[in-house]
Design a binder for this molecule. Structure first.
Ligand code: CA
Length: 229
């Protein structure tokens, strides 16, 4: 059962939130003081924190900042003032969601569920095995950003790696140089489609047995490139 911490000094609101969350099967603790709330959020293992902005003791800004420094627990910040919500968004304190009071308790429950699902996915993806793409002797470990060709590790620059991975993940699909440049390079990066040609050449030198007769990345004359499976 997921444990949720509500840090809220208006007890009527805190109780209402608690009732609705408990009806949805959550276990809920309430702190009506900022200092106590902060201590609880840091020392205890909650799956999510609902954090009011204006609080006695320590305010929501500071609690959000300190919790975020220590852990990734999802935080939903609530405030009665729309202006305050805009302000916290601007500060980039790392809250996951914002709600303006008054909100419907069912809306809160829906958002809590959404964030928990997202967070659980994030946590489980962190402990999952590395994502590996393997095609005919080429092994690309996307998580570790390493590449092996027939068991031998080869070094790739960041762009070369991105370009190779993109092509290998979309085999049998012809991409124009323009498309590849747009996919792999930032919109504002210096360079042009000739950069793509240079990178393809370097990648071929590393993965192909004979780069004049490529077995992996084919040139489709007048169109672009294709990763052959
Ligand atoms: Ca308050």
């Amino acid at each position: 059962m997921s444990r949720i911490l509500i840090i809220e000094d208006e007890e009527a609101i805190a109780d209402l939130e608690k009732d609705y969350l408990e009806l949805s099967g959550f276990q809920v603790d309430i702190a009506t003081d900022g200092k106590i709330g902060l201590e609880l959020a840091l020392s205890d293992d909650f799956e999510l924190v609902i954090l009011d902005l204006m609080l006695p003791g320590v305010d929501g800004f500071e609690i959000c900042r300190q919790v975020r420094e220590a852990k990734n627990t999802p935080i939903i910040m609530v405030s009665a003032k729309k202006d305050d919500i805009d302000k916290i968004r601007g500060l980039g304190l790392g809250a996951d969601d914002y709600m303006t009071k008054p909100f419907s308790p069912s809306e809160l429950v829906a958002r809590v569920k959404a964030h928990l699902t997202r967070y659980e996915r994030l946590v489980s993806s962190n402990i999952r095995e590395n994502t590996v793409v393997e095609i005919r002797g080429i092994k690309i470990d996307k998580t570790a950003r390493r590449v092996w060709v027939n068991g031998e590790e080869k070094n790739f620059t960041s762009r070369e790696f991105d370009l190779l991975t993109f092509l290998a993940e979309n085999p049998n699909h012809v991409f124009t140089k323009e498309e590849l440049f747009q996919k792999i390079w930032d919109m504002d990066s210096v360079g042009d489609i000739a950069t793509v040609t240079v990178h393809i050449k370097k990648i071929r030198e590393k993965i192909e047995f004979n780069s004049t007769k490529p077995q992996y990345i084919e040139t489709i004359w007048g169109v672009g490139y294709r990763f052959k499976v």
